[in-house]
Design a protein around this ligand. Structure first.
Ligand code: SF4
Length: 307
């Protein structure tokens, strides 16, 4: 299997921010998606990726537009299905750098079953979940992460269910990498993308994303009293701009029990919850099978499937 270092395609003519530009995004003023895409572009430059070595794959939603705004290869796929495209690409072209973009509705509702199997297969990709806690493209409907009591166009008297705890859910499915950050913390976002890309399996990156158009009161990005950072020498360092303004708790990302503990608290935590480098990846298993397969008559192979 290719290592991540091998995946970083060398570029003798460095790409610039201008090269990555396509058109001005059609997102609302102040939308958190701007910060996420800019963070990704800067990450691509830091990694010295060539434009053709990156594939951005998305589902549907405001975040689904992200691949259109980066001058790399991209697939704006169908609702809840970016994982199938990403898996196929990872298997066929292991040298590519695959980034998946999916919102809370796309990842947890329409694509919930695909997310489950993507995590279980642990194939190599960076999965970025843009969580603005509602369906925004379809004009403010309740999503699986909408906070209880919040008024949406599908529940105008207030959402009556507790939101899904995403971090706890993906830890429970067996994700090998789980990190959380926010669109308004560029330093922390950059470090999170760095750690996620270095992971050899399915790197789940949860991003709290502002939607000022439909939910301007969510995520008070001007204060830091409502969240904490997880920190550890093997983890992701707290955002340098905010670290001294809030609590930073020590958490070893190899400690699954500790990860569940912080994921289960009411307070929000940003940082690396969990990393397991031992979990096998579907792509490496498949490639090893192909490498060690011996030629034999087709009938022999088919006979093994006889009932
Ligand atoms: Fe961003 Fe919300 Fe506008 Fe969509 S509706 S572009 S999520 S601010």
């Amino acid at each position: 299997m290719s290592t991540q270092t091998e995946n970083k395609t060398e570029n003798s003519n460095p790409v610039t921010l201008k090269d990555l530009h396509t058109e001005n995004p059609r997102w609302c003023v102040g939308c958190g998606d701007f910060g996420i895409v800019m963070g990704l572009k800067r990450f691509f430059l830091d990694q010295k990726f060539t434009l053709e070595s990156v594939v951005n794959v998305s589902g549907i939603g405001c975040s689904g537009r992200a691949p259109n705004y980066m001058n790399t290869y991209g697939v704006h796929s169908i609702h809840g299905r970016p994982i199938t495209v990403a898996l196929g690409l990872t298997l066929a072209r292991p040298e590519l750098n695959i980034f998946v973009h999916s919102g809370d509705g796309d990842a947890l509702s329409i694509g919930g079953n695909h997310l489950l199997h993507g995590i279980n297969k642990n194939f190599k990709c960076v999965f970025i979940m843009y969580d603005n806690e509602l369906y925004a493209l379809t004009k403010s409907q309740t999503s699986p992460t909408t906070r209880k009591g919040h008024k949406t166009n599908t529940q105008p008297s207030g959402t009556y269910l507790e939101p899904i705890n995403v971090i706890r859910m993906v830890l429970g499915i067996g994700a090998s990498f789980v990190a959380s950050t926010a669109d308004w913390m560029p330093d922390h976002l950059a470090k999170t993308l760095d750690a996620a890309f270095d992971h050899k399996g399915f790197a789940f990156v949860h991003i709290s994303q502002r939607c000022p158009h439909y939910d301007p009161d969510n995520f008070d990005h001007k204060t830091s009293t409502w969240f904490s950072f997880l920190k550890h020498p093997d983890g992701i360092a707290p955002d340098k701009r905010i670290a001294d303004k809030t609590e930073c708790v020590e958490h070893d990302p190899s400690n699954l029990e500790g990860a569940f503990k912080y994921a289960s608290l009411d307070r929000r935590y940003f940082g690396l919850f969990y990393r397991n480098t031992e979990k096998p990846t579907y792509d490496s298993i498949l490639r090893n099978q192909i490498k060690t397969a011996k030629p034999e008559p087709r009938s022999n192979i088919l006979d093994r499937y006889l009932l």
